[in-house]
Design a protein around this ligand. Structure first.
Ligand SMILES: Cc1cc2nc3c(=O)[nH]c(=O)nc-3n(C[C@H](O)[C@H](O)[C@H](O)COP(=O)(O)OP(=O)(O)OC[C@H]3O[C@@H](n4cnc5c(N)ncnc54)[C@H](O)[C@@H]3O)c2cc1C
Length: 418
């Protein structure tokens, strides 16, 4: 059936992908008064292939947006301690309160993603699941002007927007159709196999590192603990209990003993590995956020934190565009900021994921990782507060968008209201 373009719905922003990056971006834009459509080909509230440890930057973002209380109300346990084991060392780290965050959290994706989607909808975003986007529309100059796809029931779907955001994950259709080149590709890929144990004795995050044998524990909802093993794809193979048990035993005899006393999962999930990437993440009428634009090995447990960070950086840029700022300046500022906050982490994770290190080297790599995270938290804490949620479309000066990229010596981005 032909689709009549004049009947197509029109928005300020169409966002493809309704999980961490897309739903958070939709929430921030909608609550600032923009007309937002958020679509996903999947179903609301489903799980996805991902463990879910949030680092301080991610928790800080949820707290700044007023959503952390919903994560806590869902029964997500606070994590107040992390234990690192490598070679013969056991290094406990107390999670000290800072920037208003006094604990870390690791909500299941069936908890985190719906909270973000509900927040987007409550802020006024039009949210539609069961829509698979296949392509972008363009004007005569080549600028992206909307998306085309199909509903779950096979009907044609088309929507127009001032800006189309690809938040559609590692294999982003929007990135591919918009022609977003890879600017960096990692040199290594580790595989991960994980599952949920009940009754496991643990007092926080646990990370164990031995060459080609990393493992860990992430306490989560419903009294369960996510236990994972990460190693070269050759070692993990198709994953499951056998390689996980072996890798845990090699990386921490202590965890292996506690695991043996706990109730194992019926099934495990396995990620077979993929090198990290950084894509050019904007162009005329389009932008990328989350894994679509920037992905790194899961062992760093940082993708969700980055998705929540970059959702706000992009939202501020888009708000500035809608308010009349130059699109290239505003979106370039978004990517410049993202890259400045990501490059150190990307580089060190590429080395860690490649298991190209010895017992002697891993402490220094973990220190680099920690420094990169601390810089990120500092940058997020320096952002001016977002305006309070409102159903009303506000004046540009009230929306918190920036008209100029402003940098401090530490690489922290600041924003100036437009
Ligand atoms: C094994 C593993 C473990 C991980 N562990 C952690 C961890 O502990 N901590 C952490 O912070 N990060 C972790 N990560 C990374 C984290 O999962 C990602 O960074 C995060 O999911 C990125 O969120 P996103 O919203 O960008 O994309 P996604 O979560 O991938 O969501 C993309 C959405 O887009 C939709 N979509 C895709 N294509 C289309 C289309 N054409 N049309 C419509 N909809 C579409 C999909 O249905 C999906 O819902 C892990 C990743 C893996 C693989």
């Amino acid at each position: 059936m032909p689709v009549h373009r004049h009947a197509d719905p029109s928005y300020d922003v169409v966002i493809v992908g309704a999980r961490a990056a897309g739903a958070a971006t939709a929430h921030l834009l909608a609550r600032s008064g923009l007309r937002v459509l958020l679509v996903d080909r999947g179903r609301y509230g489903t799980d996805t292939l991902s463990t879910h440890a949030l680092m301080r930057g991610g928790v800080l973002q949820l707290s700044r947006w007023g959503l952390l209380e919903k994560i806590i109300a869902a029964g997500t346990p606070p994590v107040r301690r992390a234990t690192f084991r490598y070679a013969d060392a056991v290094v406990p780290v107390i999670i000290k309160p800072s920037y208003g965050v006094d604990a870390l959290y690791a909500p299941r994706r069936t908890v985190l993603d719906p909270i973000l989607v509900d927040a987007a909808a409550a802020s006024g975003a039009d949210v539609r699941f069961g829509i698979a986007v296949a392509d972008v529309d363009r004007d005569r100059r080549g600028a992206v002007t909307g998306v085309v796809g199909r509903t779950r029931y096979g009907q044609a779907f088309r929507a127009r927007a001032r800006i189309v955001v690809g938040a559609d994950g590692i294999r982003s259709t929007i990135a591919e159709r918009a022609g977003a080149p890879f600017e960096r590709i990692g040199t290594s890929a580790a595989a991960v196999t994980y599952g949920y144990w009940s009754g496991l004795q643990t007092d926080g995050y646990e990370w164990n590192f031995r060459p080609d044998a990393a493992s860990g524990v992430i306490p989560t909802n419903d009294g369960q603990a996510c236990v994972f093993a990460s190693a070269s794809p050759r070692r993990i193979g198709r994953g499951g209990l056998a390689p996980l048990t072996q890798i845990v035993a090699e990386s921490s005899a202590d965890l292996a003993g506690r695991l043996a006393a706990a109730v194992p999962p019926r099934a495990l999930r396995t990620f077979t590995g993929r090198p990290g990437h950084m894509r050019r993440s904007w162009g005329p009428g389009w932008a990328l956020v989350g894994d679509a634009g920037y992905f790194k090995d899961p062992l760093g447990a940082h993708g969700l934190t980055d998705a929540l960070r970059d959702a706000e950086l992009l939202a501020r840029g888009i708000i500035a565009v809608v308010d009349g700022a130059d699109e290239r300046d505003a979106l370039a500022c978004f990517q410049m900021t993202r890259d400045a906050l990501s490059t150190a982490l990307f580089d060190v994770m590429d080395v860690i994921a490649g298991h190209r290190w010895t017992d002697e080297q891993i402490p220094s790599l973990l220190l680099q990782l920690n420094t990169a995270m601390a810089d990120e938290v500092q940058a997020l804490a320096a952002l001016p507060p977002l305006p309070p949620p409102s159903d009303q479309r506000r004046s540009p000066a009230d929306r918190g968008g920036h008209s100029k990229c402003v940098w401090s010596g530490t690489g922290a981005v600041a924003s100036r209201q437009g």
